[in-house]
Design a protein around this ligand. Sequence first.
Ligand code: SAH
Length: 219
Amino acid sequence: MIVLAGDPYEKEREAMVENQIAARGICDRNVLDAMRKVPRHLFVPAGFEGAAYRDHPLPIGHGQTISQPYIVALMTELLSVSPGDRVLEVGAGSGYQAAILVTLGAEVFSIERIPEVARIAEENLRRAGIPDVHVIVGDGTLGYPKGAPYQGIIVTAAAPAVPGPLVDQLAEGGRLVAPVGGRDVQELVRLEKRGGEITRTSYGGVVFVPLVGEHGWEG
Ligand code: SAH
C-alpha cells in the first residue's frame, strides 16, 4: 500500500486559524484561506517547527522575530489586498508575511535591512514553493521607489512615526499598515490615501522589534 505523506501540520494550522484568528474576529475569507495554505512551520528556524502554530511570535535569529499568527492576519486584513496589487513590505524577516501576501495574489516587494535575514527569507520562500517575491536588501524607511506606487505598504517593525517616503510611495486609494509609537510598545495604525488626503485609524496596542533606519530608530 502506498501512503502519501500529507502535511504533518495541517491540523495545527486549521486549529490556529479557528482558535487564534477567526475566534478573534478576523473574517476576511481570503485572509483565512491564505493562513490555512501557507506552511508556517517552514518559516521558523530548524527545530522550532513544533512551535510554529502557537499563539505567539518566535525568534528567527539576529534579534528578530516572526510575528504572532493573529497579528499577521490582522495586519493583512487591514491592508485590504486584491489580486494584482503591488505591495511593499518593510521588514522581510522570515518571509512569512510576504508568503501570505503572494498567496492573496499580490506582487510583493519585501525590503530587509539585515543581509543575512534577507537570505533566510529567500531560502524559506523557496522551500515553501512561493515564487516571485522581490526580496531587497536596504533601508525600508526610504521605501523602494522602483516598485512605486504601491496599493499596499506593510511595515512589520516598530516606527517612531510613519516614514514620509512610504506615504509618498502610496498609490491613490492605497493603504499603509504599521506599528507606530515607542521602542517598547506601539499602536497599530492604518493610513489610506484618497484624493491626496490621508486618513488614519488606530487598532490598539502591539509590540514589534524596532524599525532601524534614516526615518526610523537609530541602530
Ligand atoms: N514580516 C516578518 C517579521 C519581521 S521582523 C515576518 O513575516 O517574519 C522585523 C524585520 O524588520 C527584521 O527582520 C528587521 O531586520 C527588519 N528591519 C528593521 N528595520 C528595517 C529597515 N529600516 N528596513 C528594512 N527592514 C528593517
